[in-house]
Design a protein around this ligand. Structure first.
Ligand code: SF4
Length: 372
């Protein structure tokens, strides 16, 4: 059976949610955009891998755990620095609490981040288990960390991910699984169930084989749904979003989409930068600062006086300048040369006064950003 790659829990889930999305990702190998929730999950998982990575107790100190978290932080996919900082702090809080709860009873697991490859009726299956412990009765405890929303009721009893982990561990480690756990990190709630019964394992085996057969038969129909399409990066290629016309999936189409995405992100970044600048300038103005520091950057406030003249006054401004024989010195009333004239102490004071009466002064503040 021809498959683009061994199946995994997530690729099976993607195929079953939308076969076309699976094709774009695994057959056409079109890269997806980084997602902040994957980056966050990866960062916290890496820190826990470090926590359990030692060969003997005691557990690493909280300081060591948080240093490892910081060093392994994955910063891609966040909307902006503020969102990234918020998630970073959430992860710190989660790990601090995790350490408080588990450091004293720390024991070295049987495996951390255990890679598996096995086959079901000839279909290759691959994946990674977060943690495997040995129970007192010699059986295995299989655990998966979750960093997202709280788990829906009944999920731990049904979720095919844990079923697959049981199949994988029993197939590769030749030991019986006694316990399956989803550990929800944000709430530190452990959802624990006994091993899956044989009929449930059979359902998963059937699902793996059916999925493999459908992929091998090139069954890649789109299956739009709110849940599937919300985070799908392939809308630009998907016939559902293009009036039923499939777009060419060549190099140019990929470049066009990446370019469009980049411009959209730049526009969003610019808007956010303007909002941040305005919030910072407000604080500078309230506190009278001209210089302040973040953890990684220094900001210096610069500024220049600017004069603006309403449309209705521009003729009068030109009249005044002409009468003073200065018309040639400026190209238009709003030109920077008028600024110069208004700032020029040697210029005719009454002319400057009259010009000031026609315009309004505002301060244009600039912020110079320097990395520390
Ligand atoms: S946009 Fe929706 S229907 Fe189209 S490939 Fe993505 S998930 Fe499937």
């Amino acid at each position: 059976m021809e498959l683009p790659r061994p199946l995994s829990h997530s690729s099976i889930a993607m195929y079953r949610e939308c076969p076309l999305r699976y094709k774009f990702k695994y057959v056409d190998k079109i890269p997806e955009k980084p997602k902040h929730f994957f980056s966050f999950g990866q960062s916290v998982h890496k820190a826990l891998e470090f926590f359990y990575g030692g060969k003997a107790p005691p557990a690493p100190s909280l300081k060591e755990l948080l240093e490892s978290y910081q060093a392994g932080w994955v910063s891609t996919g966040y909307r902006d620095q503020a969102q990234e900082a918020e998630y970073f702090q959430d992860g710190k809080d989660i790990l601090t609490e995790y350490h408080r709860r588990h450091a004293r009873t720390f024991a070295v697991p049987l495996f951390v981040e255990y890679d598996f490859q096995f086959s079901v009726d000839g279909v290759p299956v691959t994946g990674k288990v977060d943690r495997i412990d040995r129970l007192e009765d010699g059986r295995l405890s299989v655990l998966d960390y979750k960093t997202g929303k709280p788990l829906a009721a009944g999920r731990v009893q049904e979720d095919p991910q844990l079923t697959m982990y049981q199949l994988a561990c029993e197939s590769q480690l030749k030991a019986e699984v006694g316990r399956l756990i989803f550990y929800h990190l944000p709430t530190h709630r452990e959802h624990v169930v006994e091993r899956r019964p044989e009929p449930q394992l059979d359902i998963l085996r059937r699902r793996i084989v059916d999925t493999a057969e459908a992929i091998a038969r090139d069954r890649f129909e789109p299956a739009p749904s709110e849940k599937a399409c919300a985070w799908c990066d392939f809308k630009g290629l998907c016939p559902v979003f293009n009036g039923g016309v499939s777009q060419p999936q060549d190099e140019l189409a990929g470049l066009i989409d990446r370019y469009g995405d980049l411009l959209a992100r730049m526009a969003q970044d610019e808007r956010q930068a303007a909002e941040l600048k305005s919030a910072i300038l407000d604080i500078f103005a309230r506190k009278g600062y001209v210089r302040a520091f973040g953890a990684r950057y220094e900001l210096l406030r610069g500024g220049a006086e600017k004069w603006e003249f309403p449309e209705g006054n521009k003729k009068k401004v030109l009249g005044l300048l002409k009468a003073a024989g200065l018309y040639e010195r400026v190209l238009a009333p709003s030109a920077p040369l008028i600024q110069k004239l208004l700032a020029d102490e040697g210029a005719d004071p009454s002319l400057r006064e009259s010009l000031r009466g026609l315009g309004s002064r505002r301060e244009a503040c600039e912020l110079k950003v320097k990395p520390l």
